[in-house]
Design a protein around this ligand. Sequence first.
Ligand code: SF4
Length: 433
Amino acid sequence: KNDYKQSEVGTPDYSDLFLDKYISVIEIANPMHSLWSDGRWNKLTMAHGCYWGKCTFCDISLDYIKLYEPIAAKTLVDRMEEMIAQTGENGFHFVDEAAPPALMRELALEILRRKLTVTWWTNIRFEKSFTRDLCLLLKASGCIAVSGGLEVASDRLLELIKKGVTLEQVAQVTRNFTESGIMVHAYLMYGYPTQTVQETVDSLEMVRQLFELGIIQSGFWHQFAMTAHSPVGMFPEEFGVIPIGLDEKALPLVGLDGLFANNDIQFKDKTGIDHDKFSFGLKKSLFNYMHGICFDYELQEWFDFKIPKTTIPSDYIVSCLEKEESFNTKPSAKIVWIGGKPLSEAFSKSKKGSSRQMLKLIFHNKRETIQISLDKDKAEWLVTTLESLSIFQNKNQTFAQLKTDFETHFEDFELFWFSKPMNTLKDFGLLVL
Ligand code: SF4
């Protein structure tokens, strides 16, 4: 019998699990671990496998990573509704290896369209498609946290890992999540093959800066482990590591058709560095950073052996965030409005003897009220347009269509789109996706 397709696996059935008989474990040191252990979370996946599937330390040759098969957003939300009805819990932990951003977007839109009140979190890659607007949409749909692999915070090693992200990108993306109110947890790694002592120290400095700026709120250091089904495990010589503890004949057996339980391989790194000794200092510093303290300590203070000074400028991450955002919006970008209908008030503005008819538009959501003022004719155009951009209309209008429509009535769409009132509205749910 073939494996079931993801669309056919059905909804997990928790009817025999007595959720009310379990205690809730409160773990306070690490915010993400606390999320894992505390409360009840319905478990689902958005996709089977990983859409990236390239990281060299990961078991990418095994089906659970290699076979990527996403589930349609509508099916997923159907399953969420079924699980809510069965368990009475509206919290979801999507246990994906790395949730795909495009599907997260569709999921969020579908949740909002069905007006579901849910809370959810998942594992991601810090890739650049997590723009400010996508993060705002995810938050509006109930996303409260994401975890992702920063691994070794060094561009040389990220490249070697084939993570497909740079530190600059990670900083910008974690900022986007944080500013939308989504908590960020980073998986951190040390002892990757060829990693030098200097790179471990520099990676710690990057982590210190990310926490000091508050764009990552939770993290955990893992020491690199070599697994049989990862590229490093399959081609150790390419990564400068020598497997040990297995005789040469046994190795291919474990690598090719060995048991998953024998997945970890002992190895010797050609650099000869004892990465174990960094463990305590890395973890202790992180524990303090997570509590928002000790950012001013010299990195040396975390270790009882001599470490080199970091080569990273103390404003490195700040400078990554300062890069100007471009005003170029792709013509094919989808524009959606997740807010409601505004109230309007007419008024007139006099300047140098002439008077202009204006409209004040007042928008409400659950938490706040904002108002913007525009020329009456543009405000009226905007009100009609917002209605057609509403997620409930599901019309998929693009930036180019919007521009054409605007310019059949008025001049210079860009000047209007990037004006102050419109920027206020963009913070309030007018999103470019
Ligand atoms: S480490 Fe994560 S992102 Fe990389 S291939 Fe594995 S599952 Fe995918």
